[in-house]
Every structure is written in structure tokens, then in C-alpha cells.
Design a binder for this molecule. Structure first.
Ligand code: DC
Length: 250
């Protein structure tokens, strides 16, 4: 089958990246974590004093955009791409709570989104991309062949995120994690620029009670169905061409 683009959107900490990474590796596709791009801009702003005491200097961030270069480089050990900010591997730094606390506000800045979305569209031009985020199916790849909208119960999401952070040595409480997720969801749904929405043609995947393998099986099944539909369409087109030719052959 020709390569396709797969868009995975959904709420914070729904396991989008887990399933996107697994899918990309199974299909031999490129995985792109768009949240990491907004996180990198947030990290740059924090490091350069463009956010102070939680107050975001939007003008200064817009002015600094030409100095912010976010790239991805394939890591042979982990078999996925790491995020680089101006040449520095920031994969760990961008996952810290300090960044999570400001990133939704940073991602709501129109000029920031315009720059990131342009890069994301470019990355998907040759197809074969699994991209996760909030506006992939609605805005970045509105023509993606497969769109998944992921969701899960808040308690399940909190438990997963809490485990992820504490196992990396971060000191957070479950209440703090819950507050952060709720706030980010609110900001992502209610922002003016490309808010989080389910695309009309996206398929909902609620993974509250599903294992990683079950989710992967579900999406793999969808891709196979898509393949069958495409093959059927091509067969129909061919037979249409044959009947047109035989009608002309009088
Ligand atoms: O997926 P994540 O939690 O790492 O994303 C971090 C933030 O970036 C999230 O709170 C919303 C924002 N984001 C966005 O606005 N659009 C995207 N395509 C991806 C992420």
C-alpha cells in the first residue's frame, strides 16, 4: 500500500505518543511529536527570561521566534527521534513539570502556531508520517488518510502521568498532576487558534481500559480496512476504464 499520513489527536496524557511510536515502528514510518515542538518553545522562553513568575511576555516570544530552531534527530538506541532546540538535545528538559505548566499558553500564541504548523506540514509532504498533537487531523493534515481521536478517563490519565513523572524522579503529587491536566485540556479546547477538536472523520479510541497491544490491534485493523477499501476502489476504476475502452472499440 502507498504510504499514508496518520493523525493522532486527543487530550493531554491519553497515551497518544505511546501508540503513535508503536505504530510508526511497526509500519516503518516517521513519528513526530508536535507537543515536543511547543514544549521546546516554552523551554526557550523559560530559559531566556521571557516568562517570569508565570507571566508570559508574548511580544518578546514572537520577536525571538527566528532564533528558535526545533529539529528532530533519530536516536539509534531508542529507535525514535529526539527533540533538539538550537542543536541541543532537550528530550528530558521539555518533559519537566515547569514546562508543562506554561506550554499550553505558549502554544496558544498565533505566531508560534503558524511557525510550528508550517514545519509540521512540510514534514508530512512525502507521507509515511505518524503525527500526534491537538490539531493534526483538523489543521495540520486535514486530508490525512487515517485520523484517530484518543480519550481516556481523567483518573486513568492522572495515574499514568503521575507514574511517568515520579519514575523519572520528579517530585509531584497526584493532585498537582490532575490540576495540570485539567488546566491544559481547558486551554487547548478553548484557545482561539486551532483548538483541540475531534475532526469529523476521526475515529474515537477510548483507551481507559485497553492495553497497548489492544490499541495497536485496533488501529492496525483500521489500516487494513483502509487498504481493502483503496484496493476495491482501484479495481472498480480499472474495470470502469476497461468498459469505457470496449465501448469505444466499435
Ligand atoms: O502532547 P503534549 O502534552 O506534549 O503537548 C504539550 C502542549 O502543546 C499541550 O498542552 C498543547 C500543545 N499542543 C498544541 O497546542 N498543538 C499540538 N499539535 C500539540 C501540542
Amino acid at each position: 500500500m502507498n504510504k499514508i499520513n496518520i493523525a493522532i489527536d486527543g487530550y493531554s496524557s491519553c497515551g497518544k505518543s505511546t501508540i503513535a511510536k508503536a505504530l510508526a515502528s511497526e509500519l516503518g514510518y516517521t513519528y513526530i511529536d508536535t507537543g515536543a515542538m511547543y514544549r521546546s518553545v516554552a523551554l526557550f522562553a523559560l530559559r531566556n527570561g521571557l516568562i517570569q513568575n508565570g507571566k508570559i511576555n508574548t511580544e518578546a516570544i514572537i520577536m525571538a521566534l527566528p532564533d528558535i530552531k526545533v529539529t528532530f534527530k533519530y536516536n539509534n538506541e531508542t529507535k525514535i527521534s529526539d527533540t533538539y532546540l538550537n542543536g541541543e538535545n532537550v528530550e528530558k528538559a521539555i518533559r519537566q513539570m515547569e514546562v508543562s505548566e506554561v506550554v499550553s499558553k505558549i502554544s496558544a500564541i498565533k505566531e508560534v502556531r503558524e511557525k510550528m504548523v508550517a514545519l509540521q506540514k512540510e514534514m508530512g509532504k512525502s507521507k509515511g508520517v505518524v503525527m500526534d498533537g491537538r490539531d493534526i487531523g483538523t489543521n495540520v493534515f486535514p486530508d490525512a488518510e487515517l485520523k484517530i481521536f484518543m480519550t481516556a478517563d481523567m483518573d486513568v490519565r492522572v495515574a499514568r502521568r503521575y507514574y511517568e513523572l515520579t519514575s523519572k524522579g520528579e517530585h509531584v503529587t497526584e493532585e498537582e498532576v490532575k490540576e495540570n491536566l485539567s488546566k491544559r485540556d481547558y486551554d487547548d479546547i478553548n484557545r482561539k487558534e486551532n483548538p483541540l477538536r475531534k475532526a469529523d472523520d476521526a475515529i474515537v479510541l477510548d483507551n481507559s481500559e485497553l492495553t497497548k497491544q489492544q490499541q495497536l490491534d485496533f488501529v492496525t485493523r483500521l489500516i487494513k480496512d483502509l487498504q481493502l477499501i483503496k484496493e476495491e476502489e482501484q479495481t472498480q476504476k480499472k474495470s470502469l476504464n476497461v468498459s469505457v475502452l470496449s465501448n469505444l472499440n466499435f
